[in-house]
Design a protein around this ligand. Structure first.
Ligand SMILES: Nc1ncnc2c1ncn2[C@@H]1O[C@H](COP(=O)(O)OP(=O)(O)O)[C@@H](O)[C@H]1O
Ligand SMILES: CC(=O)OP(=O)(O)O
Ligand SMILES: [Mg+2]
Length: 392
């Protein structure tokens, strides 16, 4: 079976091909996906079809699944409408996913289309972690609560941590720090997320490339009441003109690190605010996880910036975390970088959202087959993986 895995981001498009569960080919394009035309997609699809013959399944990363989608779903018109409804809650992310879903449903009508949601990994968070202390009507009528994002990356990270440490995932307390242009933390216990830093939308939490992360909620209302900014303008500025860009005029962490090394005060402040927030929230996640066996770094910054990791880890010394400077500098993927006297493992993981997508899609297709076989009174199919007859 051939799967096309599509990760349509706000400023990039990552596509890979999996055949019989193995990712065999991948490509990343820096492009605004929403603006792409059929004519631009055609050669891409031809390239992928040449690798995989027929594409049986197309799997899409979708940022927001809201309350509707607690797990991956086969996309039909009803699911499509549900995904579109959530556009306002992930304005940088949902539009490219919706555009790509619409296009590939049309261009590859024979393929089964599956949506994997960033929010799904957090669907079992306890109420105390997902509930905001706000009026009952907002919570129960408007559905205002924390959802969490980056689930495909966090899920991969904790599984990889268990593999690297040769431990049972269900016994591990992990904090996953996915630090890309969007960034979030997840506290993982018993194999699922028990707390995370993003909330109702992917704006809450850490300082990001262009997003502010958490600020006093009164700031938005104050700006609308006291300046000539509209609500839409305030939100756009918090989403697109804040974070590292707002503090240092640059979205690239490597540039800011270089400027800070030349003692540029703006860049030093940006790094200070960024690492102060990240370390503080990691502390919060450790409490939510009930302790810490492993801290995982991933994402463009987490994987490639020894300076950024070191700034966070220095601040985490009160938790007993100790890192090896030399191992940190080496920047090798899927490696531990703690010293022997560290209170927990510290691991750098090259995260792979596409591999989580394959796993979720295979599990969903297996379930569908099983239901179909049961409905027809036949022997249910073998589970994905080794052919063992257990549920995935
Ligand atoms: N060598 C590096 N040093 C520091 N930061 C880096 C490096 N390479 C990439 N980054 C940062 O990673 C971020 C992008 O992360 P990435 O995970 O690729 O983004 P996205 O969230 O869009 O998938 C940018 O802020 C970029 O500056
Ligand atoms: C949800 C989110 O923030 O994703 P990204 O890191 O791709 O921007
Ligand atoms: Mg990302």
């Amino acid at each position: 079976m051939s799967m096309l895995l599509v990760n349509a981001g706000s400023s990039s498009l990552k596509i890979s091909i999996a055949v019989d569960g193995e990712v065999i080919y991948g490509r990343s394009l820096a492009t605004s996906v929403s603006a792409m035309t059929d004519a631009e997609w055609e050669p891409l699809l031809a390239e992928f079809t040449a690798v995989a013959d027929d594409i049986d399944v197309v799997v899409h990363r979708v940022a927001h699944g809201g309350r509707l989608f607690g797990e991956a779903a086969i996309v039909d018109d009803r699911v499509m409408a549900g995904i579109e409804e959530l556009t306002d809650l992930a304005p940088l992310h949902q539009p490219p996913s919706v555009a790509t879903l619409e296009r590939l449903r049309r261009m590859l009508p024979e393929a089964t289309q599956i949506a994997c949601f960033d929010t799904a990994f957090h669907a079992r968070m306890p109420a105390e972690a997902y509930t905001y202390a706000i009026p009952e009507e907002w919570r129960n009528v408007y559905g205002v609560r924390r959802y969490g994002f980056h689930g495909l990356a966090h899920e991969y990270n904790v599984r990889e941590a268990a593999t690297i440490l040769d431990r049972d995932l269900l016994e591990l307390r992990v904090v996953s720090a996915h630090l890309g242009s969007g960034a979030s933390l997840a506290a993982v216990r018993d194999g699922h997320s028990v707390d995370t830093t993003m909330g109702f939308t992917p704006l809450e939490g850490l300082v990001m490339s262009t997003r502010s992360g958490t600020i006093d909620p009164a700031v938005s209302a104050w700006l609308v009441a006291n300046t000539d900014l509209s609500v839409r303008e305030v939100i756009t500025k918090l989403e697109r003109e804040s974070g590292l860009l707002g503090l240092a005029g640059d979205t690239r962490m490597e540039n800011i690190v270089e400027r800070a090394a030349s003692a540029e005060p703006e860049a030093q402040l940006a790094l200070g605010v960024w690492s102060h927030r990240a370390a503080g929230m990691i502390g919060q996640m450790v409490i939510s996880a009930g302790g810490l066996d492993a801290l995982v770094f991933s994402g463009g910054i987490g994987e490639h910036s020894p300076v950024a990791r070191a700034m966070i880890l220095e601040r985490l010394r009160p938790l007993g975390l100790r890192f090896d400077e030399r191992l940190n500098q080496r920047n090798e993927m899927d490696r531990e970088i703690q010293t022997e006297d560290s209170s927990a493992a510290i691991i750098v993981v090259a995260t792979r959202e596409d591999i989580t997508m394959v796993r979720q899609a295979e599990a969903l297709l297996w379930l569908r087959e099983q239901h179909e076989a049961e409905a027809e009174g036949q022997q249910p199919p073998l589970a994905p993986g080794e052919g063992q007859p257990a549920a995935p």
